[in-house]
Write a protein that binds this ligand. Structure first.
Ligand SMILES: [Zn+2]
Ligand SMILES: [Zn+2]
Length: 259
């Protein structure tokens, strides 16, 4: 039994690592094609982002692997496979609920991690990427990675979800995590600056968080930021030639407080 759990945890770690390498690699390649030379000056930073992200893959993989084993072997969790086990309208609704709950957890833990002591212990690693690249998607200190890794494995015990919808949630999580750090906007201007963009977080919104620290704490939605007055709108991407040279005015010491 113990061996099966360990194998499941290792397999899930490998899956998370490969998923990271493929998704970040793909969007980094797109970035390099669109903005030739932009990533050239960031080689050292990217290597650091890769190292922290692969460590995070293990931290994400272990609880996911244990829960996956329990789901298969012990009938744990409320993950279901029969499409008609719940009403059809539950399929999209469950995805929205997962994203909203994940977003809520992220917003409040993220705000906490911007208090000076917590910032130093847990969150400075993520903000050491200035500006971040697509490889920074999982660039977290292990303590921060733990706060992210527990969310879905806990939610599957509480909120019923079809296994395919769970796959969709994980895909959205991965793609948004990567693209929000890649330094350009993949969504059309009309969406980002339109009514949907007022509520949805894309790269321009998270870029401002990495520039100013004390605002735009959300993950998928701007709901909590709007409600708590921490939404400072959309950021401007630094021009290609200054990217990778660092921004001297937004150091964590001065800026790491809750906004
Ligand atoms: Zn970030
Ligand atoms: Zn932050």
């Amino acid at each position: 039994m113990t061996a099966a759990i360990i194998i499941s945890a290792l397999a899930m770690t490998a899956i998370v690592a490969v998923r990271y390498l493929i998704s970040s690699g793909l969007f980094a390649a797109l970035t390099a094609r669109r903005f030739p030379g932009r990533l050239a000056g960031q080689r050292r930073q990217i290597l650091r982002e890769l190292g922290w992200s692969l460590a995070s893959a293990a931290i994400y993989g272990i609880p996911a692997g244990v829960v996956a084993w329990g789901w298969q072997q012990r009938g744990w969790t409320r993950i279901y496979t029969g499409i008609s086990d719940y009403p059809l309208w539950w399929l999209p609704l469950s995805v929205v609920i997962y994203l909203l709950l994940h977003d809520t957890w992220f917003y409040w833990t993220h705000r906490l991690m911007h208090r000076p002591w917590w910032f130093k212990q847990m969150h400075a690693v993520h903000h050491a990427s200035r500006p971040p690249t697509a490889w920074a998607a999982m660039s977290f200190h292990p303590w921060e990675a733990i706060t992210g890794a527990v969310v879905i494995p806990v939610l599957v015990f509480i909120v019923p979800i079809h296994v395919a919808m769970l796959g969709l949630v994980l895909t959205i999580m991965t793609i948004m995590g990567v693209t929000n750090h890649m330094g350009w906007e993949m969504f059309p201007r009309r969406l980002v600056h339109g009514p949907l963009g007022t509520w949805m977080i894309t790269a321009s919104h998270h870029e401002l968080h990495h520039q100013k620290y004390r605002c735009n704490y959300g993950l998928y939605f701007r709901f909590w930021d709007h409600l708590c007055g921490t939404d400072k709108g959309l950021g401007q991407f630094a021009p290609a030639r200054t990217r990778g040279l660092g921004h001297g005015d937004a150091g964590p010491r001065r800026s790491a407080r809750v906004g």
